[in-house]
Design a protein around this ligand. Sequence first.
Ligand code: AMP
Length: 249
Amino acid sequence: MKALVAVKRVVDYNVKVRVKTDGSDVDIGNVKMSMNPFDEIAVEEAVRLKEAGKISEIVAVSLGEKKCEDTLRTALAMGADRAVHVETDAFLEPLTVAKLLKAVAEKEQPHLLLLGKQAIDDDANQTAQMLAALMNLPQATFASKVELDTQEVLVTREIDGGEETLALKLPAVISTDLRLNEPRFVKLPNLMQAKKKPLEKATPAELGVDTALRCEAVAYAEPKARQVGIKVANVAELVEKLKNQAKVI
Ligand code: AMP
């Protein structure tokens, strides 16, 4: 049984991203980049399934610029067996990502396709759903528990007001949520060993996918700065301020 795990290189979650002064884009020159946190959870889940003897091979795939190799090396250090890097400097929209992942999946024929529920840079939360639709595969998004069998996978997912458990026939697409697991810390020796693991290259053209943009970002703006809050002494003062100052009641 094989798992394909999609890992995106994104701005590290600790970085406060600023908008460029002309509002044309966000400024991410020289900021720390890391693996998308939900993708770390996806890799961790695949590694745990491998350790439990449920899957035999994990292929990590990343799409984007040359530096995505670092992200793939992290996935290999966590326990992935092989990596595929679809190298391009083009900006990739979720639909293009889904098409590229489909092309890789058709070659690799995985039983499980694991993605993050969203990339923390674009916050799109679209790729897993689009990939499942393009491949006509069952999907379970926002997974908080994954139980893999030989023919099907049980996925508990977080929904408004609780949880639901879906039984999906394999192959299937799963997107990971925060509570699925806690990713392991990557140790230096593992990173060194990861350098010896295979990393295959491809391009969108070789995979027959056009990367032309279908959406245009017109402008970027920082959210309005919030006013500093005040402390009130008691409920009466709170009500008075809500009524006469904020005028919301
Ligand atoms: P999004 O739909 O953009 O929020 O991304 C959802 C998930 O799709 C991410 O958590 C990744 O697993 C996958 N993904 C998106 N973009 C890429 C990329 N450039 N390379 C690899 N995986 C990606």
